[in-house]
Design a protein around this ligand. Structure first.
Ligand code: F6P
Length: 365
């Protein structure tokens, strides 16, 4: 048998580990693997692909990015069509089917986030034998407790905070670090806690600038003259507004950004303290994956091949309770896993003195 693999949407560390896992497990079954380039675009006739074998993929596990390339725009963007249904134009999916048929691809593995998995589900419903592998650096898919790439992103945030700490202390400044997290604040929460942030602002917990300022002034009063603030790019202003760098109107997702600068300017206004802001941006998505992400990626890839061998199409690889298993793709899409403001981790953070800029019971440290 010959199987295909593509990754779609934003890259993240660990994608090459998934490819390594798929190629290794498929080779074990005696199958050939074809990698499609640049996401779903590689499926358009005549097909843009490369043969993947153990010789080609040796050593790729430790590399960031993806050897296949990726895209989050192109022909496979869902559009509102007949009956007000949002989907990829059917004619485009038919063209992808033609490519897969001509290339004698018996199964297709799609590695992607919520949007790409929705496309994968449409492909499956239109007759393509598909297996999904979850990829979201924000770690926000409900159907899996963890995805590869998240741990590497958290490490980047911690590294940045360690560096910002020393300069903030030297100058007795407040420094605001804006990190990724469009809908969910997991990167800000984990990175902030591990990196010793004093204030963490999340999309899930409404904050007010006077309360953020109060937390900083309390620290000053206790002799801590520097403060580190971590803010997720998807944290909203008190008005509920989301700050965007670019509104791309229906051609994908708007580019978020600017909340860090806003929070920094407001802190300076409310506290009179010298404040700087810094946006970590794509430094979080680049670079080598951590050991955890490499292992998770390889396990996800091996499971995708196992699901093909079982004929379990329309399923997505999922990590639950220390085990890699599978769920229906339709259960996985459109359901985000957000930070629960009442959860144990938030209580723990508050109990050690972290402020979320709300009126929750944080003890000043
Ligand atoms: O969805 C993952 C993510 O990294 C978000 O956190 C961020 O808003 C977005 O992708 C950035 O996308 P791009 O690489 O297209 O700028």
């Amino acid at each position: 048998m010959r199987i295909g693999i593509l990754n779609s949407g934003g890259d993240c560390p660990g994608l090459n580990a998934v490819i390594h896992g798929v190629v290794g497990a498929a080779h074990h079954q005696g199958w050939e693997v074809v990698g499609f380039r640049d996401g779903f675009e590689g499926l358009l006739p005549p097909g843009d692909s490369m043969v993947l074998n153990p010789e080609r993929t040796v050593g790729i596990m430790k590399l960031g990015g993806t050897i296949l390339g990726t895209t989050n725009k192109g022909h496979f963007v869902a559009k509102v069509g007949e009956g007000n249904v949002s989907e990829v134009p059917r004619e485009i999916v038919e063209r992808a089917k033609t490519t897969l048929h001509h290339m004698e691809i018996g199964a297709l593995i799609v590695v992607g986030g919520d949007g790409s998995l929705t496309t994968a589900l449409q492909l499956y419903r239109m007759g393509i034998p598909v297996i999904g592998v979850p990829k979201t650096i924000d770690n926000d898919l409900q159907a899996t407790a963890m995805t590869f790439g998240f741990d590497s992103a958290v490490h980047s945030v911690v590294d940045a905070l360690d560096r910002l700490h020393t300069t903030a202390e030297s100058h007795k400044r407040v420094i605001v670090l804006e990190v990724m997290g469009r809908h969910a604040g997991w990167i800000a929460l984990y990175g902030g806690m591990a990196g010793g942030a004093d204030v963490i602002l999340l999309p899930e917990i409404g904050f007010s600038m006077p309360l953020v300022a109060e937390a900083i002034k309390r620290r000053d009063a206790r002799g801590h003259h520097s403060t580190l603030v971590v803010v997720a790019e998807g944290a909203r202003l008190e008005s509920g507004e989301l700050l965007k760098r670019q509104n791309i109107g229906g051609k994908g997702e708007d580019r978020l950004g600017g909340i860090g600068e806003y929070v920094a300017s407001q802190i300076e206004k409310f506290t009179g303290k010298e404040t700087r802001s810094c946006t970590l941006g794509h430094l979080q998505r680049g670079g080598a994956p951590t050991a955890l992400d490499r292992i998770l990626g390889v396990r996800f890839g091996a499971m995708a091949v196992h699901l093909i061998s079982q004929g379990k199409f329309g399923r997505m690889v999922s990590y639950q309770q220390y085990q890699v298993g599978d769920v229906a793709i339709e259960e996985a899409v459109n359901q985000l896993r957000l930070v629960d403001p009442q959860s144990e981790i938030i209580r723990a953070a508050r109990s050690v003195g972290i402020s979320f800029g709300d009126d929750g019971a944080a003890k000043a440290r």
